[in-house]
Design a protein around this ligand. Structure first.
Ligand SMILES: [Zn+2]
Length: 192
């Protein structure tokens, strides 16, 4: 199976998870070994490598759907576990809050530094680079008739948002992230 077909299958899986009916069938995608093997490819627009399966991590957080529903608010669950998008300008984490880092509400992994935050005018919190490149992974998202690079948390595989190539220097990237699934932690003050 070529990569594009795989990615379309992934997009359909996301749509199915979001409750959309595809050809009248819900969540009935086959799970053949070739579909769960990872393939990776460099995206020419962003220069980022997107994958079909999550990178390996020792501290991976895997919870059941029921456990996620208990841990997260309905809004957080919809975005993080169900590929949702918050409305633009909903205000959560949109304003600058000083020095610190934005962590995943699902697993507490630091995802973005406050110093990398900028006002993109898009209505969603935007960053020029990740806190640490190993804390995110990327997947090709062909849903809704668009070609986008999806940004996911490397510890809990939560959906965070998308990354675009129209950001400011030095990276030229714009990480467009749902503020609802970020929690801000101020930088700890040095002991006086
Ligand atoms: Zn996470």
């Amino acid at each position: 199976m070529d990569l594009i077909t795989k990615c379309i299958a992934l997009g359909m899986a996301a749509a199915a998870a979001a409750g959309l009916a595809i050809n009248g069938v819900r969540g009935s995608l086959p799970q053949s070994p070739s579909q769960i093997m990872n393939t990776s490819q460099v995206d020419p627009a962003t220069g980022l490598t997107f994958r079909t399966t999550p990178p390996e991590r020792e501290d991976r957080l895997i919870l059941s759907d029921a456990e996620w529903k208990k841990k997260l608010t309905p809004e957080q669950y919809k975005i993080l576990r169900n590929h949702g998008t918050e409305p633009a300008f909903c205000g959560v984490n949109l304003e600058s809050k000083g020095e610190g880092a934005y962590h995943c509400v699902g697993c507490d992994l630091p995802l973005f530094n406050a110093t990398e935050k900028f006002d993109s005018g898009s209505g969603w919190p935007s960053y020029t680079s990740p806190y640490n490149k190993d804390n995110l992974w990327y997947r090709l998202d062909m849903s809704y008739g668009m070609r986008r690079i999806e940004v996911l948390c490397a510890r809990c595989d939560g959906h965070l948002g998308h990354v675009f190539e129209d950001g400011p220097p030095p990276t030229g990237l714009r990480y467009c992230i749902n503020g609802t699934i970020l929690k801000f932690k101020p930088k700890e003050k040095a002991a006086s």
